[in-house]
Design a protein around this ligand. Structure first.
Ligand SMILES: [Fe+2]
Length: 437
């Protein structure tokens, strides 16, 4: 019998603050719609690979989540459409059969406008439920989970759309880069050179990692527990494009001794010669961004690399990837700096030349760790169908930390664990090095 924890996000004492929850609900839902606003109905339907979903699907699925986990708990609530549970369920076996993941791009019906109508219906029903104070503690906790879920889908809207646009020879521009879009990192965008890489040391000893239970967290972030760490050093910033280009120039992609066996298979099967979206143009590399095609900027953090590439690069560089515990002990003391979706860059920026000893732990690029995505000791999945949210994926994936230039800033924290298969490259995933002392 496995213990199951309620989605514990609401303080157990006193009246929950439904006004602030309602305001945050509105803000998160509007932020999603703002991401889709510049897109046509055709843009919103395209699916470029099974891992990526159409924007329209994200808009509908995130609404279905509130319907299934929050509104279904309201007495007398009737589902919006009898087929929407089938169409928009992602992977919840306990909630029934569903439309195939790889076939989401064929759903020309319902139309984008009908999906917007579905969103408006769910928004009105949630507002009514909050105003009428009919949501019990588990429903309020599920509402909080739904907001964090929708923020994850905001990031996926941009990464999935980028992958789709990258297949198009027109190299569509999603949004032009705002001038001086380096909010929070003065002068970084115009800096032609990266800050020099430094190493920051930690002595061996016990450390505590995992969420401490204050505020929202996903179930996979807990429980907080102690780990022993040997002495190690962490790089002051992520690996840059210029540094990664040196690995390519040194025939990094042609030397099997640098690669894990599965990684070498992936290099050969995918004919990888550079990060995803890079293209050799005469004597330089270009890359596709959400602002169109651009020359690769040497000082920017390398991104769209797989775990296999991160691992091979680290070996070539005489270092290794940090474990997630090593990453977290540094992040716990770091401020939430870096570029998030709010900066409007939608592309990683160079590390600041001045500032903290270790920078850019948050934002810009997710950082692959050497840690497999497995349960912490004493892990307790969420109760009910929400127990399928994270725990069942704890096999065959690696942990990434810190967030990216398309993550909402309010979504991230030091204990946050993202996870992807080691061969995936379409997320804004980068590399930070560590080494033994
Ligand atoms: Fe989802």
């Amino acid at each position: 019998v496995s213990a199951r924890a309620p989605i514990q996000t609401i303080p157990s004492q006193g009246e929950p603050d439904v006004t602030s929850l309602g305001q945050r609900y509105g803000a998160v839902r509007r932020a999603t719609e703002a991401l889709a606003a510049p897109l046509s109905a055709e843009d919103c339907l395209v699916q470029s690979m099974p891992d990526a979903s159409p924007v329209k699907w994200h808009l509908a699925h995130s609404s279905w989540f509130f319907e299934s986990f929050v509104l279904a708990r309201v007495d007398g609530y009737r589902e919006y459409h009898p087929s929407y549970g089938y169409l928009w369920n992602s992977y919840y076996e306990s909630l029934g059969a569903r439309h195939g993941r790889a076939q989401r791009g064929v759903l020309s019906r319902p139309s984008l406008e009908e999906v917007r109508g579905y969103r408006a219906h769910v928004d009105a029903a949630v507002a009514d439920a909050l105003a009428g104070r009919v949501l019990d503690a588990p429903a309020l906790a599920a509402l909080e989970l739904g907001l964090n879920h929708e923020q994850q889908h905001q990031e996926l809207i941009l990464t999935d759309l980028k992958h789709a646009f990258a297949q198009n020879a027109l190299a569509p521009v999603y949004r032009a880069r705002p001038a001086g879009a380096a909010a929070g990192m003065a002068g970084a965008a115009s800096s032609p050179e990266a800050a020099p890489l430094r190493w920051s040391r930690r002595a061996e000893g016990l450390a505590s990692i995992g969420h401490d239970g204050r505020g929202f967290s996903f179930d996979n972030e807990g429980p907080r527990h102690r780990v022993f760490l040997g002495a190690f050093e962490l790089a002051s910033r992520p690996v840059t494009n210029a540094e990664y280009a040196a690995f390519i120039e040194d025939r990094g992609y042609a030397r099997p001794e640098l690669w894990l066996s599965d990684g070498w298979d992936a290099v050969r099967a995918g004919r990888w010669e550079a990060p995803l979206y890079w293209r050799r143009e005469a004597d330089r590399y270009e890359t596709f961004t959400l602002a169109g095609t651009e020359p690769v900027a040497g000082a920017e953090p390398v991104t769209h690399v797989s775990y296999f590439e991160a691992d091979a690069y680290a070996r070539w560089a005489g270092a290794r990837l940090p474990t997630e515990a090593e990453w977290e002990v540094f992040a716990a003391d770091a401020r939430l700096g870096g570029h998030f979706v709010e900066s409007g860059r939608l592309h990683p920026a160079p590390a600041p030349r001045h500032g903290a000893e270790v920078v850019q732990l948050f934002g810009d690029v997710w950082e692959w760790t050497a840690s497999p995505y497995v349960a912490y000791p004493g892990f307790c999945p969420f109760e009910g169908a929400a127990g399928e949210y994270n725990g069942k994926f704890m096999s065959g994936q690696m942990v990434l930390r810190g967030g990216s230039c398309v993550s909402p800033a309010s979504h991230l924290r030091a204990s946050y664990r993202n996870f992807f298969r080691p061969d995936t490259r379409w997320q804004f995933s980068g590399i930070r090095l560590a080494r033994d002392v």
